[in-house]
Design a protein around this ligand. Structure first.
Ligand code: FMN
Length: 216
């Protein structure tokens, strides 16, 4: 239905809200409206409790895909911080487990860089391919957030992280934070994202006995 045909009787919004919405949208291009529409779909899904709502009382997995060590370092630092919150944490390279394992995970933080011409780092290739396969399994049991490391001077800035984020949502996983793309000076943004993760997890989970396993 065209927005101009909406009124307070045919939508759940009142006149004041409709007017505000119409005013905001008037300024946007069709591309921007398409983006906002996707964004609102995500907000809406997060706002509605579902049977598959996350229960991050179990292990929190930090899966990193890193070629030159930056994403790995951020993952390990965040792992230590989560450990400090008495959460049950595992930090692993994406290359160290079979992609099918994702179907068993409840809460995963993905930290992944982009290399080549917008391609995943070597250790992330199998997992990236697995979720992008047309026959990929549904991942409705999974809650997740994605941190991307990249370099905005490349044409495909943080493409791998954006692809992970988008595809996981398509497969039914529940995004607990918006994807964060970090440029070369990633320290401040990754710190902020890590703080956001801690805050979000505190909302979602009761504290548990701690355990940290860092592999490779
Ligand atoms: C050969 C090469 C290609 C890269 N290609 C991209 C790219 O296409 N897009 C992007 O956003 N960043 C690109 N980067 C930047 C890296 O993602 C960035 O340096 C990141 O911090 C590396 O993290 P890592 O050490 O965890 O792999 C590239 C870096 C290198 C060395």
């Amino acid at each position: 239905m065209a927005l101009t045909h909406l009124n307070a009787l045919t939508s759940p919004l009142d006149d004041r809200q409709l007017h505000a919405l119409q005013t905001a949208l008037k300024e946007l291009s069709p591309t921007q409206i398409a983006w906002v529409s996707g964004y609102l779909a995500g907000v809406s899904r997060d706002a509605v409790p579902t049977a598959a709502a996350p229960t991050p009382a179990g292990t929190i997995s930090l899966f990193y895909g890193s070629q030159t060590g930056n994403a790995k370092a951020v993952a390990e630092r965040l792992g230590e911080r989560l450990l400090g919150q008495e959460l049950d944490v595992q930090v692993r390279s994406m290359g160290d487990f079979g992609p099918r394992r994702l179907t068993k995970e409840r809460l995963v933080l993905f930290l992944v860089s982009t290399h080549g011409e917008g391609e995943p780092p070597d250790s992330a290739r199998a997992l990236h391919a697995f979720i992008h396969d047309p026959r990929a399994p549904r991942l409705e049991q999974l809650s997740y957030a994605v941190l991307g490391l990249g370099n905005s001077s490349y044409e495909h800035f943080c493409r791998t992280a954006v692809e992970f984020d988008r595809r996981l949502a398509e497969l039914g996983a529940r995004r607990i934070l918006p994807v964060q793309c970090c440029d070369l000076d990633y320290a401040a943004d990754s710190e902020r994202w890590s703080a956001d993760v801690l805050e979000r997890l505190a909302q979602l989970a009761p504290a548990r006995p701690s355990k940290l396993a860092t592999l490779a």
